[in-house]
Design a protein around this ligand. Structure first.
Ligand code: NAP
Length: 307
């Protein structure tokens, strides 16, 4: 919990039992831009980590209407904002305003983390890939394995880049719109995985081949908690030694993961991706190790109400 510096009383006024932090004239600024921004969980985990480290930073929600994006970014430079995250709807629109874009963000076509370079310009990357691959084992050989990605939206792009980084032999992207699928596959230059796209009706052929199946659609997200992208009949085709990975983190677990667990599969929910993409961003800004456990715990506490 944050509290405000008071000349007559320099006492932190945070909620009882939570971390407190005093904002001073020297406090450095970080934040997240989006429209809307009210639902962002990033301030919770970043401020928990900052408080734990005892650093003089604060991470703020920064509401930026799409019409004001350019003005906002210029303003951030003017007030010496140290860095910021980007969420819907600015992840793609911000690209022309960022001087240096990492190869990962270029490949995905979206930026979620920005920082100031030593020359005072903005640099950007996308930490969703790091977030996605963190719960999967880096040192495992995925080269003979098949990933099946449900959905072809923004998150699917980070997942495909992650599957390529892990070295999956094949990555199938499954969508409901053939035109969007064609655009999706055409948008990649070269990838270290064989990328294939299929329409939803081909799922019964693909599910048995999947060692990892990833839900990147919002199907099953709170409040639609009884929905799943797969029917029980389709889930029955999943190998018992497969991994089912749902990017959704409300609820935990989703119906999709409950079905997968009933098959004997390993279930991974979206919380770790959320935590790890945030930890990767905070590491860039602070240039020091960050307390991932504290970030995870702060979100678990917050999300427990969605059970
Ligand atoms: P998005 O860009 O809107 O993409 C959603 C995708 O799901 C689209 O391909 C869409 O298909 C498909 N879809 C939606 N409803 C569908 C349905 N009923 N049947 C079949 N396909 C359907 O959204 P996003 O940004 O990728 O986010 C997707 C999910 O990932 C959200 O639940 C989000 O919370 C989660 N997420 C989690 C993390 C994390 O850190 N854990 C990070 C990013 C996103 P069309 O293209 O045909 O419309």
């Amino acid at each position: 919990m944050l509290s405000y510096f008071n000349n007559s009383n320099e006492q932190a006024l945070g909620t009882a039992g939570s971390m407190s932090q005093i904002i001073t004239g020297k406090t450095k600024l970080l934040g997240v831009i989006g429209h809307p921004i009210e639902h962002s969980l990033s301030p919770i985990m970043h401020n928990a980590a900052i408080a734990h480290l005892g650093l003089d930073y604060v991470y703020l929600p920064l509401p930026v209407h799409p019409d004001n994006l350019q003005a906002a970014i210029s303003g951030f430079a003017a007030i010496d904002l140290g860095g910021f995250n980007i969420t819907i709807p600015h992840k793609q629109a911000i690209k022309p305003l960022i001087a240096e874009i990492s190869p990962t963000a270029k490949a995905i076509g979206a930026i979620n983390t920005v920082w100031r370079t030593s020359s005072g310009t903005w640099a950007g990357t996308n930490t969703d890939v790091e977030g996605f691959i963190a719960p999967l084992h880096y040192n495992q050989d995925w080269s003979q394995k098949t990933a099946v990605v449900l959905g072809n939206g923004g998150a699917a792009r980070a997942v495909v880049a992650g599957c390529a980084q892990l070295g999956f032999g094949e990555t199938y992207v499954v969508g409901r719109n053939a035109t969007k699928l064609a655009e999706f596959i055409a948008s990649w230059d070269s990838l270290a995985t064989k990328l294939l796209v299929r329409t939803w009706d081909k799922l019964p052929l693909l599910i048995p081949q999947a060692q990892v199946i990833i839900n990147t659609t919002p199907i099953g997200m709170y409040p639609n908690v009884t929905q799943s992208p797969l029917s029980d009949e389709e889930m029955a085709l999943l190998r018992a030694d497969a991994i089912a990975y749902d990017l959704i983190y409300t609820p935990r677990p989703t119906k999709f993961l409950q079905q997968a667990k009933a098959r004997g599969a390993t279930a991974i929910d979206g919380l770790e991706m959320l935590v790890q993409q945030g930890a990767a961003a905070l590491t860039i800004w602070l240039q020091q190790p960050v307390p991932v456990d504290i970030m995870r715990q702060s979100l678990q506490n917050h999300l427990s109400k969605y059970k």
